[in-house]
Design a protein around this ligand. Structure first.
Ligand code: HEM
Ligand SMILES: *[C@@H]1O[C@H](CO)[C@@H](O)[C@H](O)[C@H]1NC(C)=O
Ligand SMILES: *[C@@H]1O[C@H](CO)[C@@H](O)[C@H](O)[C@H]1NC(C)=O
Ligand SMILES: *[C@@H]1O[C@H](CO)[C@@H](O)[C@H](O)[C@H]1NC(C)=O
Ligand SMILES: CC(=O)N[C@H]1CO[C@H](CO)[C@@H](O)[C@@H]1O
Length: 336
């Protein structure tokens, strides 16, 4: 061993000792990370849940907004709240962000938490806690949310590489695999489309000129096609929207009806419809469609926990933002 590598080992060893003493070594997410971190009686998850509940009972579409927010945050640069940062070229300005909503609820939850426990709770964890709450409020069961994430310092629109609605099933499987999520996880996560809406311009091609055939997508149920053509007139800007889960009894409920709809060829997005037809995913989709709501709820919760662990910052990485919209030291910022 030469001198410099010996020196490096010593530095690393001292670093490890320091980290151990300051308690910043713990690199993993855990359930209940904030227990005892804000004094004995402050319930961080409860405070966030309370803010989210108030919003939900005024506007239950917040559920879809937050579920999508967690996906977009975690899929771009990991679950580090980079989607929340304002700036002229930050992630939220990228075109796939269109209609990502709910920033105000995260701000309100952050303010509530900061008022009793300053500088401890990350915005990335607030997204995860808030999303768990709306899934529960929407009938999807209550999974144990992991916490201990730290907030990122970088947010660049140029990094946004989210799948397009016309992505093929194999390409989507590959995109999820790059995030450590397997085919089954992907099918469960796309079940997030059991709530929320899509705007016409994101599926209008399927109604009039699918893959330049001059014809509609042959995989779409004909009654649905006629209905969607009325909502999304040909050559219109496509700013109308329709429910991703076409069962009107279930469009706001987190349950397995999305899978039943796509099996019946009533998928709105091309990828949703293909999920039910492609040999890679068909069996998984059919099993979910034929199973009770509870089975999906459990699986969705587990998949959301796995999504929530993608490329997280922990321990002494990143920071705990004071405001979810800005890094603490804007001088360090690389996004505008
Ligand atoms: C291949 C992967 C995916 C693609 C291509 C995709 C695409 C889309 C598109 C095009 C929309 C409509 C946006 C709009 O019209 O404003 C949408 C909405 C939505 N997506 Fe996805 N998505 C994917 C995966 C996911 C995942 C993994 C989740 C969550 C676990 C998710 C949750 C949602 C929700 C809840 C909405 C409705 C948002 C609202 O109503 O505000 N998506 N998605
Ligand atoms: C996918 O990951 C889940 C959860 O981590 C695991 O239970 C499952 O066995 C995996 N499935 C495949 C097909 O690898
Ligand atoms: C929006 O949808 C309605 C039907 O729900 C339709 O009458 C109207 O023309 C649509 N508007 C646009 C701009 O596409
Ligand atoms: C429903 O899901 C459960 C749990 O994953 C499984 O044991 C059962 O076999 C499934 N039932 C059907 C009808 O697919
Ligand atoms: C909330 C938000 O910043 N939305 C942006 C999403 O991307 C579009 C197009 O790039 C912007 O115009 C929006 O302001």
């Amino acid at each position: 061993m030469n001198m410099s590598s010996t020196a490096a080992v010593v530095v690393v060893a001292i670093g490890l000792v320091l980290l151990t003493f300051t308690g910043q070594c713990s690199g993993a997410l855990e359930v209940g990370f904030y227990q005892g971190k804000c004094g004995r009686f402050v319930d961080v998850e409860g405070i966030v849940a309370g803010v989210v509940r108030t919003k939900f009972f005024r506007d239950r579409t917040i559920a879809a907004a937050l579920i999508r927010m967690q996906f977009h945050d975690c899929f771009v640069n990991g679950c580090d709240a980079s989607i929340l940062l304002d700036g002229s070229a930050s992630e939220k300005t990228a075109s796939p962000n269109l209609s990502v909503r709910g920033f105000d609820v995260i701000d309100a939850a952050k303010t509530a938490v900061e008022s009793v426990c300053r500088g401890v709770v990350s915005c990335a964890d607030i997204i995860a806690i808030a999303t768990r709450e709306v899934v529960y409020l929407s009938g999807g069961g209550q999974y144990n949310v992991q916490t201990g994430r730290r907030d990122g310092l970088i947010s660049l629109a140029a990094n946004v590489d989210l799948p397009a609605p016309s992505i093929s099933v194999p390409d989507s499987v590959a995109a999820f695999a790059r995030k450590g999520l397997n085919m089954t996880d992907m099918v469960h996560l796309l079940g997030g489309h059991t709530v929320g809406v899509a705007h016409c311009f994101l599926f209008q091609d399927r109604l009039y000129n699918f893959q330049n055939t001059g014809k509609p997508d042959p995989d779409m149920n004909v009654a649905l096609l006629e209905r969607l053509r009325r909502i999304c007139p040909q050559n219109s800007a496509g700013t109308n929207a329709t429910n991703l889960d076409q069962n009107p009894q279930s469009s706001f409920i987190v349950d397995n009806s999305f899978y039943k709809e796509i099996v019946a060829r009533r998928g709105i997005l091309q990828i949703d419809q293909e999920l039910a037809l492609d040999s890679i995913t068909q069996a998984t989709v059919t099993a979910l469609a034929n199973n009770g709501t509870n089975s999906f709820a459990t699986k969705f919760g587990q998949a959301m926990v796995k999504l929530g662990a993608v490329e997280v910052l922990t321990g002494s990485q990143g920071e705990i933002r004071r405001s979810c919209r800005a890094v603490n030291k804007p001088g360090l910022l690389t996004f505008n």
